[in-house]
Design a protein around this ligand. Structure first.
Ligand code: GLN
Length: 257
């Protein structure tokens, strides 16, 4: 009898290793019920989606995935990293879920599956608030544009460099990107408009957006492609439940007017 039990638990343990993503671990909560822990990668700092307030990681992404996990009965562990490292970390099996204000793009769909969209965004061109000469892409000839590695803004900048004649500076986080323009190292930057608007309003940055929006895209929650259908289903069901029960609106309103 005892032998059988040992054998059964060995099979269970082997089964777990074979089917589960290495980032996923089981967790036992206070009543002894086992919940899965999914590791979620977010950007280093990307207010209002993830940022530290009073020593605590908060933001729309953080609150949303926390609420989805609660709704769907799983636990999460959030890790902050350079945005460009999120998908590679998923591919390396270190993360189960990727967020970070991540836009749904066809290129990314080659490696990840996205949830239903949860936020509408798009890239804006941004210059110092005192600048009177750059009002659109057409004024960027000979200028330096700073972008953040691995973002939609960076690939837009890349694609259009020849047409508009600017050069590109790459950095790995948004704060550095804003600084390059406020200290005059770069003439302009490209950033998602909800993020730059929030930074200008709340961070007192002397920057402004100019011209038309450069892209229109939606944020989605990502999982590694073709391998996480069950997790993706839970994320979508949870997201949908939060939209229906008003929790989604509450989260958005906590950070945005
Ligand atoms: N939404 C943009 C993208 O997905 C930027 C994300 C970010 O900088 N965290 O590329």
């Amino acid at each position: 009898m005892k032998k059988n039990i040992i054998l059964l638990s060995m099979v269970a343990a082997l089964g777990l290793t074979a089917c589960d993503n290495p980032a996923t671990k089981a967790n036992t909560d206070t009543v002894g019920e086992t919940k899965k822990v999914y590791t979620v990668g977010v950007d280093n700092t990307y207010p209002p989606f993830e940022f530290t307030q009073d020593g605590k990681l908060v933001g729309i992404d953080v609150d949303l995935i926390t609420a989805i996990a609660k709704d769907q009965g799983f636990d999460i562990k959030i890790e902050q990293m350079d945005f460009s490292g999120i998908i590679p970390a998923m591919q390396a099996g270190m993360l189960d879920i990727g967020m970070g204000g991540m836009s749904i793009t066809d290129k990314r769909k080659e490696t990840v599956d996205f949830s239903d969209p949860y936020f509408a965004a798009g890239v804006s061109l941004v210059v110092p608030d005192t600048n009177q000469t750059i009002t659109s892409l057409n004024d960027l000839s000979g200028k330096k544009v700073v972008v953040k590695n691995g973002t939609v803004g960076a690939s837009f900048a890349d694609k259009n460099t020849e047409e508009y004649g600017y050069s590109i500076i790459q950095v790995s986080d948004s704060a550095s990107m804003f600084q390059e323009v406020t200290n005059g190292t770069a003439d302009a930057l490209m950033e998602d408009y909800p993020v730059i608007s929030y930074a200008i309003a709340n961070g007192g940055l002397k920057l402004k957006t100019v011209g038309e929006r450069l892209t229109g895209d939606n944020y989605g929650i990502s999982v590694l492609k073709d391998k996480n259908d069950e997790l993706l289903d839970m994320v979508n069901t949870g997201l949908n439940n939060l939209k229906e029960n008003g929790e989604y609106d509450k989260i958005i309103n906590r950070y945005l007017e």
